[in-house]
Ligand binder design. Sequence first.
Ligand code: FMN
Length: 220
Amino acid sequence: MTQNSDTLTDTMRRHSLRLGAFAVGTALLLAVVYALTKDRIADQRLATERAALAEVFPLALHDNDLLDAAFILQPDTAGFMQTHLLGLSTARTAYAATLTGVGSGVILPLETADGYSGTIVLMIGINAEGALTGVRVVQHAETPGLGDKIDTALSPWIRSFNNRSLPNTPEVLWQVKKDGGDFDQFVGATITPRAVVAAVHNALLFFDANRERLLAGTTP
Ligand SMILES: Cc1cc2nc3c(=O)[nH]c(=O)nc-3n(C[C@H](O)[C@H](O)[C@H](O)COP(=O)(O)O)c2cc1C
């Protein structure tokens, strides 16, 4: 009986030691893998972020690193006029572009809660002349097959904002065609594109009201 229980205790101790050694070995292996890959993962993350920014603001229009020129816009950011035009419900990142040290544009975050379902978050690029260089939806919960055509993966619709500006598109045309404007609605889905058109127009009004500060060439 005592001999049996000693054998059992020995066996359990051996298994515990093996398990402990395995855990330590695994942790060490993970630490080594992490150390070897963390720089590459960080580089890939930065490359992905830069590629996303290049979608809305062309590389040819800036020579600064936009990630170094990031600044935060809040619903009530001091120093800007009419921040409510961006529709922000929370702090979001903007980016100031420069070319040879001169402000060449800006990437702005904006939101609209006027879509069909929840908040639509967008990023837009605007050049120094106040023209749109790109608009992309960053986040939305619109209905698949109806409102989700705001996503470039599903439709080129959002590219119809490219090169639009306040001077080349009069106020009355910043609407979907169904309402007398210049922008297509989707079949069976007018609410989503209507909300996006209004949000982008408002963002251009924000840019216009804050042009000097946004193009100051330094992080505001
Ligand atoms: C289940 C369901 C989901 C819908 N999703 C959307 C949507 O994501 N975006 C949208 O614009 N309309 C959506 N619609 C259609 C709208 O209710 C509306 O009929 C359409 O946008 C036309 O709007 P209008 O009458 O203002 O032109 C959806 C309708 C239903 C029944």
